[in-house]
Design a protein around this ligand. Sequence first.
Ligand SMILES: Cc1cc2nc3c(=O)[nH]c(=O)nc-3n(C[C@H](O)[C@H](O)[C@H](O)COP(=O)(O)OP(=O)(O)OC[C@H]3O[C@@H](n4cnc5c(N)ncnc54)[C@H](O)[C@@H]3O)c2cc1C
Length: 820
Amino acid sequence: MKYVIVGGVAGGATAAARIRRNTEKADIILFERGDYISYANCGLPYYIGNVITERERLFVQTPEAFGKRFRVDVRTRSEVTEVNLQKKTVTVRTSDGDTYVEAYDKLLLSPGASPVRPPLPGIESEGIFTLRNVSDTDRIKTYMQQHAVKRAVIVGGGFIGLEMAENLHHAGAEVAVVEMADQVMGPVDYSMAALVHEHLLQKGVKLYLKQAVESFEPGRNGITVRFQSGISLDADLVLLSIGVRPETSLAQKAGLKIGEARGIWVDEYLQTSDASVYAVGDAIEYPHPITGKPWLNYLAGPANRQARIVADNMVFGNKVKYEGAVGTSIAKVFDQTVASTGLAAKRLKQMNVPYLSATIHSASHAGYYPGSSQTDIKIVFSPTDGRLYGAQIVGYEGVDKRIDAYALVIKHHGTVYDLMEVEHAYAPPFSSAKDPVAVSGYVAGNILCGKMTPLYWRELRGADLTKVTLVDVRTADEYALGHIDGALNIPLDDLRERIGEIPSDRPVYVYCGVGLRGYLASNILKENGYGDVRNLIGGIKTYKAATAEVKLPGTGESEEEKARCACNAPATDGSEHSKTICVDACGMQCPGPVLKLKKEMEKLLPGQRLEITATDAGFSRDAESWCRMTGNRIVEVSSHAGKYKVVVEKATSCAAEAVRQEPEGKGKTFILFSDDLDKTLATFVLANGAAATGQKVTVFFTFWGLNAIKKVAKPSVKKDAFGKMFGWMMPSDSSKLGLSKMNMGGIGAKMMRHVMKRRGVDSLESLRQQAIDNGVEFIACQMSMDVMGVKKEELLDNVTVGGVATYMDRAETSNLNMFI
Ligand SMILES: Cc1cc2nc3c(=O)[nH]c(=O)nc-3n(C[C@H](O)[C@H](O)[C@H](O)COP(=O)(O)OP(=O)(O)OC[C@H]3O[C@@H](n4cnc5c(N)ncnc54)[C@H](O)[C@@H]3O)c2cc1C
C-alpha cells in the first residue's frame, strides 16, 4: 500500500507517523512545499519577540530524522500541483522547477490555510508581512535586524495579531493594533474582550477599533497606513493578521467536493468525496457539534486529532468517526490569558438560538493564599435545559485548566448542572473549595430555576431609569469611588432596615461589585414582596468594562487620562520622597485594596510614597480615582502577571486641600430635614462614606433635622411660649428619635438600636461623632431654629449656624446634593 501525504506540518506529519505506527508494510511519501516539516508554527510569534531565542527549538523534527525514525520518504521543497483522481496520481513540482508524477493508493490532504492579503494599494510594499510559516518568520526577523523597528502596526486583533502585538512590544516596538470590528478577539463576547482592551491599553498598546485600512504608502518615514476614516499611522513594520482561508485550490482543481463553508468537504471518517482521498486540518470544514452546521476551525489540537483518526481509517478501513471540534482556544496577551470554547453569545444571537448567560469574577485561588488573581468567566447556556453552549475566560492563572473543563462538558453535551459536579483538585495555592467553574454553574442554576432574575449590562445601559429603581448594594465607600448614575446606595447589610426607601410599585434593578451581593439583595427584596427584581450579572465590574469607551489614540485624551495627567503633576512643594512603604493587597477583592490604600496613606507624611500591589483588576483605576479625589499623586501604575502595582505619593496638606476646594463640584451636601432615626442614620453613613474619600461634605440640618444635633445636657436658655411648646413636643436629643416606619411608640426604634448593637453597627451618636471627626461640616438652619425656638447653645459645639446662602455656597461646589 502506498500512502501519499500533502503537507508536512501539524496534520500531515502526525498522520505519517501514525500510519507507520499502524503498519510497517507500507510506503509513505510526505510532500511539503516548504523547507521544513513538523515545526512549531504556534511558537513563531515568540521567536520573533525573542522569547524563544534559539531558532532550532522551533523544529520538532528535521526531515532527515523524521524520515529515518518513521521510514517516511520526506520530500521537502516539493509542491503538489495537481491530483488526478481517476489515475490516482499527484503531479509534483520541485523547487528546481522539475515536475514529476507520483502514484498513490491512498492520498491525504493536509495543506493548511493561507493568510488573507486583500488587494489594497501598496500591500506589496517592503515591510508588510503575514505570518504563517518559518520562511515568513525568517523574513520578519531579518527585516527587524536590518531596520530599526520602533513602530509596528498590526492589522487584525485576533489571537495571532495580539500574540504578535505582545512580541513586537517585547522586541522594543511601539505597537498599534487596527481592528475593523468594535472589539479584539473575535471568538469572545464584547464584555470579555473589553477586559482585554483595558489590559492592552494598560500595556501601552494603541487600539484603533472600528477602523478599516484603505491603503499602504511607503515613504521616507516608513510605511504610512491609511484608514478609511482618514486617520493615518506611520510604521516601520506592518503585520497583516486579518484571517486565513482554507487551502482548497488543489482539491478544487481535482474536482473534490468543497462544502458550504468553503472548506474541503469530508464525512465523519474524514474521507473526501473521493473514496481514496482523505483530508484533515485547517483546510477542511466539519459540522459543529452544537449547531450541526459546517464550520472552519484553524487550530492545532483538532488537526492532530484528525490526523490520528484518519491514519487509522486509511490503514484499517473506515472505523473511527471524528466527533468534531467545538473550537477551544487560548492565547497569552501580555500578562493576561484569554480563552474560549464553544459558542459565544453573539454567535448564538446571529443564529437566532435562544440562550442565557452568567458572568462571574472569581479569585484564581484562595484569597488568603498569596498571589491569587482575578478570573473573569462568562458561560452561555440553553434557557430550557441548561445545555452548556460556550465558555470564555479572561484571567491570569489557571485559565487553561478551567477552559479545558468547560470544553469537556460542552463536547459531551453537558449542562450547567454538570459544572457543579466537576470534581476539582483543591489546595489553597491552586483553587478554592468552590472552584470558579463550579461557581459559574451555581449562578447559571440560580438563573435557570428563577431564584435570580438576570439583568445584563446591555439591558441596563438601555434602561429608562425613570421607570425603575436602581439600587447599589455596595458599601458607601465603594459607592463613593464610582457608581452607575441614578443609583440609590443601600448597602446590603442595611437593606432590611432601609427597605422602605425602595418603591415597591416599580421594577428594582440591583447591582454590586461582581454580582454576589446583588443576588443576596434580590433575594431579600423578593422575600419582602418586591415582584420585579433583577440583579446585574457580573456586577458593576462587567458593566464598567463593557460600557467603557475605547477612544481613538491621538483624538484627545479621555477625561480619565487628563485627570491622570493632573494627578501625575509633580508634588506642589517639590518635596523629596524620603521613604517608600510597600503594602501587599493581593487576593483582596474590591474595595479592599483601595480601602487599604486609604488607611496606609493616612500613616504617611507628605512626600512619602506607598507602593501597593493588588490582584483586583480594577484596582489601578480605583487608585487613580481615589488620588484624583484626594489630591495625592500617582507616581507609577504598572502590571505584571496579573498583579497591579500602584505607587502613590502623599500630597502636601495644601495640595490635598486644593483638591478639596476645587470649584468643579467634588463635594457632597446633604439636607437633613427629617428626624427619623433611620433617615438620620442613612445621612451620617453616607456623609462618612463620602468624607472617607477625602471629599468636602456638608450636612445642612433644617426643621426636624435639628433634633439630630441637640446636646443631651443642654444649658438653660430663654425661650418664648412657642419655643417652649416646640421644646416639649419635639425629641429632646438624638436618643429619642423614632423610626419612620414601625416605630410603635418607640419600641421599633429601641429594637433597631438593639439589633445594631448586636451586629456591631455603630450607633447614631457614634456615626455622628465619626462625621465630626472626619471633618464633615454641620450647619444648622438659622430660619428653622428661629421658627422652632431652638437656640445655638442647645446644639452640639461643632455646629455652625447658617442660612440658605451658606448652604447654596456649599451646594455650588458639590456634585451630589441630597434631601433626606
Ligand atoms: C503564527 C501561528 C500561531 C498559531 N498558534 C496556534 C496556537 O497557539 N494554538 C493552536 O491551536 N493553533 C495555532 N495555530 C494554528 C495551527 O498552527 C494550525 O491550525 C495547524 O498548524 C493546522 O495544521 P494543518 O496540517 O492543517 O496545516 P499546517 O500546519 O499549516 O501545514 C500545512 C502545510 O502544507 C504545506 N502545503 C500546502 N499546500 C501544499 C502543496 N500543494 N504541496 C505541498 N505542501 C503543501 C504548507 O507549506 C504547510 O507547511 C497557529 C498558526 C500560526 C500560523
